[in-house]
Design a protein around this ligand. Sequence first.
Ligand code: SF4
Ligand code: SF4
Length: 170
Amino acid sequence: MFSFLKILVRNLIQGPSTDPFPFGETFTPEGLRGRVRFDASACVGCRMCEHVCAGGAIRFEQSESELRFTLWHNSCTFCGLCQHYCKTKAIVLTEDWHLSHRQEEKYAMVEQGTVPLAPCLGCGISMIPVADELMRVAYRETNQDIDRLRRLCPDCRRKLGIKGVQRCKM
Ligand code: SF4
Ligand code: SF4
């Protein structure tokens, strides 16, 4: 009984040990995996994020003119695999953990973006131009030839590559 009173008095003097959240401030642990952000301008449409998504939270829909990205935070497990496999950093997990919501709001808890398609400079087929971020990873500097490459579809790039190899052999 005496030891209980001792603990009670000590706790009353010390005050609460836990954060007062949601009635007061709290902290965000470093490296926390929270709300996902999508940057359409850096996306190359490889769809790797959709492929590796453990929660099945990512979907792409392609039309004639665009590739539409949707991520449902409601299904996301915040595993971070999408970010890990996205080489252009088009998809990142932020430290924003303010994601609580009512059940009826679950379809509003989405991250969306649209990647515009453009005609290939070689054959005219609709394609996603290679993002600047990927060009920066692949080439140190850019020039007119490299800029043309990013506007060619994979088939046309391959044909151009074969022509280059044949020229070298001659
Ligand atoms: S977000 Fe990244 S991984 Fe997903 S399709 Fe775009 S470039 Fe590929
Ligand atoms: S963090 Fe994991 S579950 Fe969430 S969208 Fe990315 S891959 Fe899917």
